[in-house]
Design a protein around this ligand. Sequence first.
Ligand code: DX5
Ligand code: ZN
Length: 216
Amino acid sequence: MKQIAPSILSGDLLNLSREIELIEEAGADLIHIDIMDGIFVPNITAGWNFVEAINEKTSLPLDVHLMVDRPERYIEDFIKAGADILTIHQEACIHLNRTVERIRELEASPGVAINPSTPVAALEDILDYIDMVLIMSVNPGFSGQEFIYASLFKAEKLFRMINEIELETIIEIDGGIKVSNIAEASNSGCDIFVSGSGIFGTENYSETINEMKRRV
Ligand code: DX5
Ligand code: ZN
């Protein structure tokens, strides 16, 4: 099933409660929350208390994207705070297998993200252990950047890899997704579409999300 995940930190930061209501009404399937540590990426956002506050406000599943160095230090906190999907970066975690197993043990759904320069081959031996791969289609750190088209080839390659070994791993794409390119991302095998400025930068979230759903 194709799902739309608005990236909440692209919303009006002083009115996030209202933004959550609006995307819920508009038909969002998940809420994507970007956690940045100023080390793995050149930007800082929020901690697990932010996830906890959002969890109290919404019944939508929380898709938490940790752009954090050595994420194993924080997985327990984010899962306790309400993360349903917890995604860590392949580049940020030395013991990826151990960390992913720990996420599952704590009853969240494990995802692994790769940066634009990381080949999908780097995921070969972890695919069997995770529920989702997040393909970054911008360099992580900021909302509003331009979509990197080469990510679509990576998605296609990954989709083939997943099918060949008969897994059901979901592919999420994150960065620069808009109404104008969502169909291509969908045709490349992606299932979850994260969109920040592509939704929050538009006037009417319902119209935008409906149109995105129509196009995928
Ligand atoms: C980038 C984040 C994305 C970002 C998406 O580091 O992981 O989730 O907020 O924003 P847009 O859709 O504007 O690229
Ligand atoms: Zn993200």
